[in-house]
Design a protein around this ligand. Structure first.
Ligand SMILES: [Zn+2]
Length: 155
């Protein structure tokens, strides 16, 4: 039962949950950013588009309900006190979030980025109403060249 390499595990839950895009280019970077914020092992909910799935204008009502239900389950089960919502964009078509590109084919990276910020802001407002006892924060992961910066949104 204990064959093979062993990896570290802590039985304690983090008090923070982060909603991130499933895009593998961003996951490790988002975790590094959260570690610098004092959350080395946050709970994660990875969805296409990240927190954009939580906004009231999500693609379909069913998608939003599913995302909110999963998030509520994690927050209640782990007694999360902080919710970090993330979405991402970039300075080129290739650096964009695939979900945003699907929703806005042909738009410039700047126009798509503005749409992402608007929707991330909406998701943050909605999450604050859904989870009144939780500290909700939102960050835009902005890819430019070979770097990513995390810009606070809605503050
Ligand atoms: Zn994405």
């Amino acid at each position: 039962m204990t064959e093979g390499k062993r990896y570290g595990f802590s039985p304690l839950h983090s008090s923070t949950i982060a909603v991130i895009c499933g895009d593998g280019r961003l996951a490790a970077t988002a975790l590094a950013f959260l570690a610098e914020q004092g959350e080395p092992k946050p709970d994660l909910l990875a969805l296409p588009g990240g927190a954009l799935a939580l906004a009231r204008s999500a693609e379909t009502f069913q998608d939003r309900l599913y995302a909110l239900k999963r998030l509520r389950t994690l927050i209640e089960a782990h007694r999360s006190q902080r919710l970090v919502l993330m979405a991402h964009t970039g300075d080129t078509d290739e650096a964009q979030c695939a979900l945003a590109r699907l929703m806005h084919p042909g738009d410039t990276p700047q126009a798509t980025g503005e749409w992402v910020v608007k929707r991330l802001t909406e998701a943050m407002q909605d999450a604050k109403a859904e989870f009144p006892g939780v500290d909700v924060q939102a960050y835009l992961a902005l890819a430019e060249g070979d770097g990513v910066s995390f810009v606070p949104v809605g503050v």
